[in-house]
Design a protein around this ligand. Sequence first.
Ligand code: DSN
Length: 425
Amino acid sequence: MIDEAVKKLIAAEEKRQREGLELIPSENYVSRGVLEAMGSVFTNKYSEGYPGKRYYGGQENTDQIESLAIDRAKKLFKADHANVQSHAGAPANEAVYFAWLEAGDTVLAMDLSHGGHLTHGAPVTRAAHTYNFIRYKMKNIETGEIDYKELRNLALKYKPKIVLAGFSAYPRELDYAKFAEIGNEVGALLMADMAHIAGLIVGGVAKNPFDYGFHVITTTTHKTLRGPRGGMILSRGVVSNPLKAPEKTLANIPTLIDRAVFPGIQGGPLEHIIAAKAVAFGEALRPEFKVYAKQIVKNAKVLAEALLAHGFKLITGGTSNHLILADVNKSFGIDGKVVEEALDKVGLTLNKNAVPDDPLPPYRPSGIRLGTPAITTRGLKEKDMQVIADWMRQTIDRRDNPAKLKELREQVRTFALKYPLPSDP
Ligand code: DSN
C-alpha cells in the first residue's frame, strides 16, 4: 500500500478491532477470503445488467462470479431467485418498494421504536415521502409479542400492498404464519427484512419466512451472514425477461425486482463485492457455519441472563436471537449515550438505541443494543459472557473513575488479544 495516511488508519482500525470486543449486533468479522475478494480487480469492471445480458463487453468472468453468488444465495435460503447487486440493505428495501408499489401505496411495517428499521418508513426517509407507512407494534414489551390483532385490524383498514416483517432491534422471533395469514387476507406482498438474522436462518436457528409463504426476503450480507458490506434480495417466482417491464403480479416478482435494482435505482454493480458475497455464501454453506450460528444464539442467551443478574432491564425480558436491548434509563437512571461512551473507553463497543415508545430523544435514548455475532466469530463461548456482563456493570458503576476505566481497558485488551481475527493469516 502506497498511501501512508490511509495505511496508518487501516492499521489503527485493525488494532481497535483486535484489542476490543465488538458487541454491535449488526457487525461481524469477515474471513481472509472475503477480504481478498473485496480487494480484487473485479473493482475495475463495469457490468450493468445481469449475467448473460450486460451493457458492456468483457463480462466472461463477472458473469461467472455473479452467477456463482446467485446460485449459492438461492441454495442458502431456498429461494427461486436472488438479486445480489443491492449495494446495501437500504437500497434492497427501496428496490422492493419500487418494484411493487405506486406512489401513495401503503406498507404495513414495524414501528421504529419497537424494533423496526428506518427504511421501514421512518418519516425522515425518502420512501416515507413516496409511500404511506402504517406501523404495528408489540402488544407487550415484557414478552415481545407483536399485537397481531391490531396488525390485522390495520391491514383490513388500510389494505397495504406490502406487509413487512422484519427488524433491526427486536430480540424475539416473529410469527411468520400469522403475518402470512393477515397479508394473504388483504392480498399484500409478504416481505421479510431479515438483515439481522440471515445467518441464523442459514444456520437453522431462526425460521425461514419462505417456509411460511413469504414472497420476498431482503437482507444485508455483512451481519450474521458474515460477508462483505452489501445487500441482497431473494424471492420466489421465475425471471421471465428482465429487459421488459412486466405486469405487477406475484409471479413476476423476480423480474420486477431485477428491473427495480437495475436500471431502477442503481447503476453498475460492485462485482468485487459480489465476488466477496460468493465467498461468504460458500462459507455459509459449510457445516461449520451451522455450529457458528447455534453458538451465536447460545452466547446471546447466556449474556442476557448475566445482564439480568446484574440489574439490566431487558426489553422482552431476554432474547431468542442474537441481540439484546436493555433499558439503561430504567435500570440505572442514565441514558444510552452515557453507557455507549463509557463502554467505548474500556474497549466494549455497542450502540445506544431507542426503546419502545422511548421518552428520550434518539441521540440520547434510553437503551443500548448489543449482540453476539462478532464475539462468537472471535471464538468466545458461554463462560465468557459472564465476564463481559461483569465488565459492563463495573464500567457503568465506575464510569467517573478514570483509573478504574483504565484498569478495565487493560483487562479487556488482554482478554481480546487471546482471540485472533478470522482474517489473520
Ligand atoms: N445499521 C443497521 C443496524 O445496526 O442494525 C441496520 O441498518
